[in-house]
Design a protein around this ligand. Structure first.
Ligand code: ZN
Ligand code: ZN
Ligand code: ZN
Length: 471
């Protein structure tokens, strides 16, 4: 892997030799990372795992940790933050805390980047000039809070340097998921990874590995790190890319998101040729009139907004009613790969699974993953996660064979995007061994379905239950 000048895209990284599928090209511990303030007591401030019964820092009463190991490991990062929180009387928002951690770290390192760092952190771009007025105002408000947070004894920085730091956090900060990939729980800076440019059909993916802190032997410990993994074979000299946005958007919508959030015009091959747009906005095979397609699309868009509202209110029966009505209208008008149809199917599968109506949920989930498989890159992590959820739903619905197939396919993808040591891959492995056993038993006709024995709760079953609860 080497740094090179990617012309209009600025700096970039490219392969310095041929790379194979699933290869880890970069494993970068965060330069600085923080848990979202709203989740401060639910997520470990050292390893970013979300779990119950965390221990609180006795001094600031803000930071929380899994155990002493995590607290000790996180103390260097937290020490000055801890004092600043006590002095301010309350913890400021995550942007302010991340800026603090970045500058404390920079002071500790005395500006010297380690050998493995390709670029000093303050050389990242801040895009301040591209920010619209109200975002710039919010940023300036954070700068003011920061100046109060930054303790008096510390080295002082000019205000425009602090603005630069907030700008680079805004443009380069990566959101960090919990260990199951279900929820974003924090924000971090990974300067090397920030050099990887975007492509809507990328050849790499970036995955957070939470590391291993609880192992009995310290020789098995590994730190939290962001991994850059190859999605397929990559030739020497080829630029390495990841996608900053979900592939399941029309090219015009992806370009709009990228412009607003990252301030560039995407001219990747998929955008220039509008690849996938035809499928994602396709009409059903029954060849409905253009007017009908337009009408149902508008209706779906409106309904999906109402669905979001009902979900925020926790009104699940309203969500189900809206989605089922919408799906009926879409029938024979929108294709199975139409984005609005896939969105409705995904909500139905998720809500019904949550209410343990597995058979009903499985029908929707299956249609959803069939659509996803036509649109996503075959090694896309989102596709893997969707297959995993859908596989578990089918398994619980008693459709063991279909479920097992999906779990196997999810496992294949996760081995590429997450690797064998990630907790999601390990969850999948234990689920897969269970579906495999059940499938074998079914095929050998030794399982009397009416008299399913009550098995003791193995760790895999616990995982599955957790997994469903957290959806
Ligand atoms: Zn921890
Ligand atoms: Zn503290
Ligand atoms: Zn693009």
């Amino acid at each position: 892997m080497e740094l090179f000048d990617a012309r209009v895209k600025g700096r970039g990284l490219r392969a310095s030799r041929e790379l194979s599928t699933g290869e880890v090209l970069l494993a970068e511990p965060g330069y600085a990372a923080v848990v979202y303030s709203s989740l401060a007591s639910q997520v470990c401030h050292s390893c970013f795992r979300r779990q119950a019964n965390l221990h609180r820092c006795a001094q600031c009463r803000f930071a929380h940790y899994c155990n002493r190991t995590c607290q000790t490991a996180g103390w260097d990062e937290h020490k000055q933050e801890c004092a600043a929180i006590r002095k301010l009387g309350a913890a400021p928002n995550e942007n302010v805390r991340l800026a603090g951690r970045l500058l404390w770290r920079r002071n500790r390192d005395q500006g010297l980047a380690s050998d493995s760092q390709l670029l000093a952190v303050d050389q990242l771009q801040d895009h301040l000039r591209d920010l619209p007025g109200e975002q710039l105002q919010a940023l300036q408000a954070d700068v003011q809070t920061f100046l109060r947070f930054w303790s008096c004894g510390s080295k002082q920085h000019p205000a425009d340097f602090i603005s630069h730091v907030f700008g680079l956090i805004k443009s380069n900060g990566l959101t960090l998921p919990d260990q199951r990939g279900l929820q974003m729980v924090g924000l971090g800076l990974f300067p090397n990874l920030s050099l990887v440019n975007h492509d809507c059909w990328p050849n790499c993916t970036a995955t957070l590995n939470h590391g291993n802190q609880s192992a009995v032997s310290s020789t098995l410990h590994s730190p939290l790190r962001m991994e850059l993994r190859a999605l397929g074979r990559i030739c020497q000299g080829e630029e390495l890319t990841i996608s900053y946005v979900d592939a399941l958007n029309l090219s015009a919508d992806r370009q709009k998101q990228l412009k607003e959030r990252f301030h560039f015009d995407c001219s990747c091959d998929h955008c220039s040729r509008h690849v996938g747009d035809d499928l994602m906005a396709a009409a059903a095979e029954a060849k409905p009139s253009a007017d009908a397609v337009k009408e149902v699309s508008a209706f779906s868009k409106e309904t999906l907004e109402k669905v979001e509202e009902a979900r925020r209110d926790g009104d699940h029966s309203q969500v189900l009613k809206l989605c089922q009505e919408c799906l009926e209208k879409q029938q024979d008008v929108l294709a199975d790969t139409h984005l609005y149809k896939l969105k409705v199917l995904s909500v139905l599968a998720e809500v019904l699974t949550y209410h343990r109506k597995f058979s009903e949920a499985a029908g929707y989930a299956r249609k959803m993953v069939e659509g996803y498989m036509k649109l996503y890159h075959p090694n896309n992590a989102q596709l893997g996660l969707a297959l995993m959820r859908s596989g578990v739903t089918h398994w619980h619905a008693g459709q063991v064979e279909v479920g097992h197939k999906m779990i196997c396919e999810a496992y294949r993808i996760m081995m590429v995007t997450h690797g064998p040591n990630h907790s999601i891959t390990r969850d999948l492995e234990s689920i897969r061994s269970q579906t495999e056993v059940e499938l074998k038993a079914l095929q050998e006709n030794v399982l009397d379905l009416k008299n399913l024995p009550v098995t003791s709760s193995s760790s895999a079953q616990e995982n599955t239950k957790d997994f469903l609860r957290q959806q």
